[in-house]
Design a protein around this ligand. Structure first.
Ligand code: PMP
Length: 308
């Protein structure tokens, strides 16, 4: 089981506090009601030093989540971009995971949050392969979850907030209990949605397919990278409703997300996907993604923010 490795400093509202001193009251609104908005971002080691992948886009998504949940933000996305770079530098990290969090602290006596101060923290820590050793190389065995994602106009999936992850936790724990690395969940309409913490792509007859934004998904920033890299490689991309059986019938399938990066799926419900091993389109996208994040090829899309 993955265990978080502490670093020295956490950026907290404009200053640095020691890792062990970054505490919140038990009765903070975010603790009681799951109202912590957040992001998960990777910083990669490149020949030009540490570089954060798609940092402005992550901070813009954080600002969007804040807007949906009526957080009053003291900072702009640009301020938070700067703060994230500072915390990586201050901790002397090269490759790491960055977790900006916007919390509602102690004050409100009920779920109405406005008496709680809005507090912003940015920790970072070392982070390896999310789905375990060998997942990127060999692919993972997954299932279709018996848990569905939330329906539209219930809990907004375009906002990334702690409470949403109750759904992901149920999906992931069930998958692990049943001997799978991960699960793909269906939406309330029975169509493909996403994994507990990643988006899903299928490959069929040389084209790639993914569920649309209205399929109860978080519109992933890595998903956007996949679509742009596919265009670079002249691979047609379709966002469309996908039936459960389309996964079993796909030539290839893969997950994408900040934590999983690009991870091939080799079987679903013990049915091999294609040949039951990572296929050529998955491999081509994965190689391009890895070469971009680590600065081995030109950053033609401007996806890297160098920490230097
Ligand atoms: N869906 C969910 C539920 C997630 O938690 C994540 C990870 N943030 C993703 C998709 C992928 O998003 P991204 O590529 O922006 O990390």
């Amino acid at each position: 089981m993955s265990q978080l490795t502490p670093t020295d400093w956490i950026w907290r509202d404009g200053s640095f506090v020691a890792w062990n001193d970054c505490n919140f009251h038990l009765l903070s609104h975010s603790m009681q009601y799951g109202s912590a908005i957040f992001e998960g971002i990777r910083c990669y080691s490149t020949p030009k030093g540490p570089a954060v992948f798609r940092l402005p886009e992550h901070m813009e998504r954080l600002m969007g989540s804040a807007k949906v949940y009526r957080f009053e933000m003291k900072y702009t996305a640009a301020d938070l971009v700067k703060a994230a770079c500072e915390v990586v530098k201050k901790n002397g990290m090269s490759a790491c995971y960055i977790r900006p969090m916007v919390l509602r602290g102690f004050g409100a006596s009920s779920m109405v949050p406005f008496a709680s101060p809005v507090e912003v923290c940015i920790p970072c820590w070392p982070y390896g392969a999310y789905l375990g050793d060998g997942a990127h190389e060999n692919g993972v065995d997954v299932c279709i979850s018996s848990w569905q994602r939330v329906a539209p106009n219930t809990i907004p999936t375009m906002a990334k907030i702690a409470g949403n992850y109750l759904s992901g936790m149920l999906i992931k724990m069930q998958a692990l209990a049943d001997g799978y690395a991960e699960a793909i969940a269906l939406g309330p309409d029975g169509k493909l949605s996403e994994a507990s913490g990643a988006n899903t792509f299928l490959v069929k007859n040389g084209a790639i397919y993914t569920a649309p934004v209205d399929a109860s998904i978080l519109p992933g920033i890595t998903r956007d990278c996949v679509m742009k890299m596919a265009a670079d490689l002249k691979i047609p991309v379709y966002e469309r409703d996908l039936l459960r059986e389309s996964v079993y019938l796909a030539d290839e399938a893969f997950f994408c997300g900040t934590a999983v990066e690009l991870t091939p799926i080799r079987s679903v419900d013990r049915i091999p996907v294609g040949a039951g091993k990572p296929g050529p389109i998955t491999r081509a996208l994965q190689e391009r993604f890895n070469a971009t994040t680590t600065g081995k090829i030109d950053d033609t899309h401007g996806w890297l923010t160098h920490v230097g």
